[in-house]
Design a binder for this molecule. Structure first.
Ligand code: ADP
Ligand code: MG
Length: 965
């Protein structure tokens, strides 16, 4: 704002005025007058003491389809219909009058459509005096005792004020008294009934702090601006009733301080409210007359009443006004009653009257434009030219808007419906006007004389009078006592009577005395002059001092002002920064909230991520487990089949060898028969070397073991062909040579001797197996029933083994001694599964690998075997068997039963539905593998017992022990 002002068109400041950066907005007040008739439609409502609301009248609403809704307008203050003239004055005009007394200018105007109460507000009526008479009254109430004598202040023709000396003032006064017959009734409130009782004494206001050491004088002017012409309403023109002279318009001029004034305008010095109002009324009358004479409407003209207050300090004595033009201060208060603001169309004017109305509106339009431009310049920092000169009104008041001074406007509104549209325009203008700022008037420097001069002088005069009276006083031109005392101090005069013509003594003596007195007088005059000069120079010095001090003070004041300005600027800056910081705090708040939300989001996302990762991990580990299980299964199956293949190959090999051997034997027999037939008497020969060699070779295959071997090799428990071979084919040169035929016959003869030893049945005894004694068959059947998990061997497998050598009878341990004793074989590789179902074997010998020692002590064997089931779970099998003593002193185990312990994942259970009880097709497959694995783990040889339907039988050969040397 401050910078904007500086940026404006250079404005020539009056020298007296100090630059001022403080600004006040134009004070806009709103006064709502009462409706003319009670039943009239009202379209204004006072909402608060600062706001009014306009409602579109019913007719308008209907016409415009409800386009006009309620609008509110705010002002510095709103005065309702009940507001008294006094209240209005107190709020609106009193501060302006106070300013006027403190040497500050003011402008007050009323604005509104015709009939809205502008004149009522400004002038009022008897008993209801408006702002104008009340302002005058307050001025005179305040400065009354301090008014200068008439004509002491005299306006020059250039808007300035001079101070006349006492004599000139006196002469002027005398001249006035002789010319006019103004009744001297300054203190009686009375007169013209037309304006009597404008203000009742009890409603009077007085300004405080009037400078008692100054002298005041009030001058009033009254002008009318009509059709953009200025007329002086107080001009005294000789009235010619026959041919009335049309009033002469006045021109606007700019004074040396660049203030605008009406050149040649009458300024009447008034000494009382009554006198002032009388002058105003005179002008009012003149205006009325002129309007009737010239057929004008008074509502089309602006009337401007200017109150000028001149004030000047009293001299050092406090007696007279200081005769110094520079010390005279003139302030003015303009009270303007503007023309009706209604548009031309509303006036039913025609012809020249229309033109007038247009002009009137033109001047109000100009006022409006000026206000608009001012506002724009101030608010936007633009530098547009304000068109003050476009109309007299704006031109005249240019200084108020452009320079400094308080500007106030009373917007008058009539709430009646007819005025609604005009009132809307008035409101808009008024609201806009409020946004214009005007420089605040500054305090003028006061005169440098000591304060209280008037009173001191008065007091001195009173004191002097009192003292003189006390001493018998110098009443009515008598020589004062002080003077007589002075005279008495002179040497007394000699007798001045001349004795005679020859008296030469008296005269010379008198002359001498007189000369003496003359000398003394001269001396005294000199002394007096000297003292006076001294005093004068002292005074001048003091004066100088005082002036210097004053300068210093004013300098300090200037600095103070600057400091004030700086402080103000700082304050503004602080305000701005505070606002900014508030804004930033608010932003921070928002950002913090946002970041909190984001953090929460982040946390939840992280949680989700973690849970997903965990799930992923779980799935991965599941997958890995599955993979390993699958691998285990695959490798197990592979191993099983490899072994299976190997076994089959071996079996086939054995079979073929057996066949070969049988053929060989037959061939041998044939050969023997042939040779026997050829040489019956020949001694039995030893078989040829080649033939000798064959049987041992053949015996390497599982062959029906000759009985001779059975006894000699009874310690052998193994059915392993290799071991049999090793034991059996040990070349014994002492062994008798047995013929093949005898061997066969012997072997054939053994069968009926050992009917229960089915294992020793010949290769073709398969059919005989099926014809086993019932008891055995039943037992085996029972076994089958119990050993439901024992895998069924493939038929060909069984058949293939029909040719295997017979197994020796197994000796079961007695169960009687102290119940059963178990070998609990748990391989080290087993995993502790922590299952609830655990086998409880009391009195068991726990081993991690099969040992002959343990087996020899027990009659039952159980192997805890773990494997991976096809569904990936670890499956525990308890493979039970019975321990038999072999004839060779070893132990063999015949497996009898398998118990399966299986764990299931609850999650996978429903899906897999695999259990030990599931379909037999799977079971078979699985148990096949199981067998293979058990085989591996036991590290024992496995062999299908020939002719046994019991399934695979395990025999412990005491292998590790035997290998020991
Ligand atoms: P304007 O000057 O705006 O054309 P006037 O001041 O002449 O209007 O007012 C027109 C009429 O309304 C006058 O008779 C006046 O007495 C009356 N009037 C205006 N304002 C008020 C008011 N506030 N209270 C009472 N009467 C009012
Ligand atoms: Mg009026």
């Amino acid at each position: 704002m401050i910078r904007q002002v500086k940026g404006k068109t250079p404005r020539r400041h009056p020298p007296k005025k100090t630059s001022n950066n403080q600004k006040d907005p134009v004070g806009v007040y709103c006064r709502v007058r009462p409706l003319g008739a009670e039943d009239e439609e009202c379209c204004i409502e006072v909402i608060s003491n600062t706001t009014i609301q306009l409602h579109a009248p019913d007719g308008l609403k209907a016409n415009r389809n409800g386009e006009f809704k309620e609008t509110q307008y705010s002002f510095k203050k709103v005065f309702g219909i009940k507001t008294t003239q006094r209240e209005l004055f107190e709020d609106v005009a009193k501060p302006l009058v106070e300013d006027l007394i403190y040497c500050k200018n003011g402008l007050l105007f009323t604005y509104g459509v015709t009939g809205s109460g502008k004149t009522h507000t400004m002038t009022g009526s008897p008993g209801q005096g408006g702002l104008l008479p009340r302002s005058l009254d307050m001025i005179f109430n305040s400065i009354g005792p301090y008014q200068a004598k008439r004509y002491v202040f005299k306006p020059d023709d250039k808007n300035g004020m001079e101070v006349q000396n006492q004599v000139d003032a006196l002469l002027d006064r005398q001249k006035r008294e002789s010319q006019t017959t103004v009744p001297k009734t300054p203190n009686s409130r009375r007169v013209d009934p037309e304006f009597a009782d404008m203000i009742s004494p009890e409603e009077a206001f007085t300004a405080d702090g009037v400078d008692e050491d100054s002298s005041y004088s009030v001058f009033v002017s009254y002008i009318e601006i009509y059709n953009n012409y200025i007329y002086d309403l107080l001009e005294e023109t000789p009235f010619d009733p026959i041919k009335p002279k049309p009033p002469q318009s006045k021109l606007l001029r700019e004074d040396q301080n660049h203030n605008m004034y009406v050149a040649g305008c009458t300024e009447v010095e008034v000494k009382s409210t009554e006198e002032a109002f009388e002058v105003f009324w005179r002008g009012q009358k003149k205006r009325r007359i002129a309007n009737t004479q010239l057929n004008r409407e008074s509502s089309r003209s602006h009337s401007v009443f200017i109150i000028k207050l001149a004030q000047a300090p009293l001299d050092a004595d406090g007696d007279n006004v200081l005769q110094d033009k520079n010390q005279v201060n003139v302030s003015q208060l303009c009270l303007v009653d503007l023309a009706g603001s209604e548009r031309t169309s509303r006036t039913r004017a025609e012809g020249s009257r229309l033109r007038e109305a247009g002009n009137i509106n033109q001047s109000l339009m100009t006022l409006r434009t000026c206000i608009e431009v001012l506002r724009e310049n101030q608010m936007c920092g633009t530098n547009k030219m304000v068109p003050y000169r476009d109309s007299k009104v704006t031109h005249l008041f240019k200084n108020y808007f452009d320079g400094e001074g308080k500007v106030r406007m009373v917007v008058c509104v009539n709430p009646k419906a007819d005025d609604y549209e005009e009132t809307l325009l008035v409101m808009r203008f008024a609201e806009m006007t409020q946004e214009v700022e005007v420089a605040r008037p500054v305090d003028r420097p006061i005169c440098g004389f000591a304060a209280g001069r008037r009173q001191r002088n008065q007091a001195f005069k009173e004191e002097l009078t009192r003292r003189l009276e006390d001493r018998g006083g110098p009443v009515n031109g008598e020589i004062p006592t002080i003077l007589s005392q002075l005279l008495q101090s002179f040497p007394s005069l000699p007798a001045s009577e001349i004795a005679g013509p020859n008296d030469d003594v008296t005269l010379p003596r008198l002359i001498e005395a007189l000369e003496k007195r003359h000398k003394i007088r001269q001396m005294m005059v000199e002394e007096y002059n000297k003292t006076a000069n001294m005093l004068k120079s002292m005074l001048q010095e003091q004066d100088g001092n005082v002036v210097a001090k004053e300068n210093f003070i004013s300098e300090q004041r200037g600095r103070l002002g600057e400091k004030d300005k700086m402080i103000q600027n700082q304050k503004n800056e602080i305000d701005r920064l505070e606002k900014k910081s508030k804004m930033l705090e608010y932003k921070i708040d928002i950002l913090q909230k946002t970041s909190n939300i984001h953090e929460e989001d982040k946390r939840s996302l992280q949680n989700e991520l973690e849970s997903r990762e965990q799930r992923l991990q779980r799935e991965l580990s599941d997958k890995r487990r599955m993979e390993s299980r699958m691998q285990g299964i695959v490798s197990d199956t592979k191993l099983k089949w490899e072994k299976e293949c190997e076994r089959r190959v071996n079996a086939k090999q054995l079979e073929m060898q057996n066949k070969l051997w049988v053929k060989d034997e037959k061939l041998k027999q044939l050969k023997a028969i042939v040779t026997e037939g050829k040489s019956e008497n020949r001694q039995p020969q030893r078989p040829s070397r080649e033939k000798d060699k064959v049987p041992p070779k053949r015996s390497a295959s599982p062959s029906p073991v000759p009985s001779s071997y059975n006894s000699s090799q009874s310690s052998l428990c193994s059915l392993e062909p290799i071991y049999n071979f090793n034991q059996m084919v040990r070349p014994d040169p002492s062994s008798p040579i047995v013929s093949v035929a005898s061997c066969i016959s012997e072997w054939e003869q053994r069968v009926p001797r050992c009917p229960r030893q089915s294992s020793q049945s010949p290769p073709d005894s398969r059919k005989r197996v099926q014809g086993l004694p019932n008891s055995l068959g039943r037992r085996r059947g029972g076994c089958w029933a119990r050993e439901h998990e024992v895998p069924a061997q493939p038929a060909d497998f069984e058949a293939d083994h029909m040719t295997v050598p017979p197994v020796r009878p197994l000796h079961r341990r007695s169960h009687s001694a102290g119940g059963e004793r178990w070998v609990d074989h748990k391989p080290n590789t087993n995993v502790d599964l922590d299952t609830v179902m655990q086998p409880n074997l009391p009195n068991a010998i726990k081993v991690s690998a099969p040992s002959e020692k343990a087996l020899s002590k027990c009659d039952k064997y159980v192997l805890t075997h773990q494997e991976v089931a096809s569904d990936g779970e670890i499956q525990t099998k308890l493979i039970k068997g019975e321990v038999f003593k072999t004839r060779g002193g070893g132990q063999s185990v015949q497996f009898t039963d398998i118990e399966t312990l299986k764990q299931e994942y609850p999650a996978s259970a429903s899906r897999k539905r695999r259990s030990s009880e599931s379909g037999p097709s799977h079971e078979g497959e699985r148990t096949d593998g199981d067998w293979t694995d058990v085989e591996t783990r036991c590290s024992v040889a496995v062999e299908m017992r020939a002719g046994s339907n019991l399934g695979p039988g395990y025999q412990h050969h005491g292998y590790p022990k035997r290998r020991k040397p």
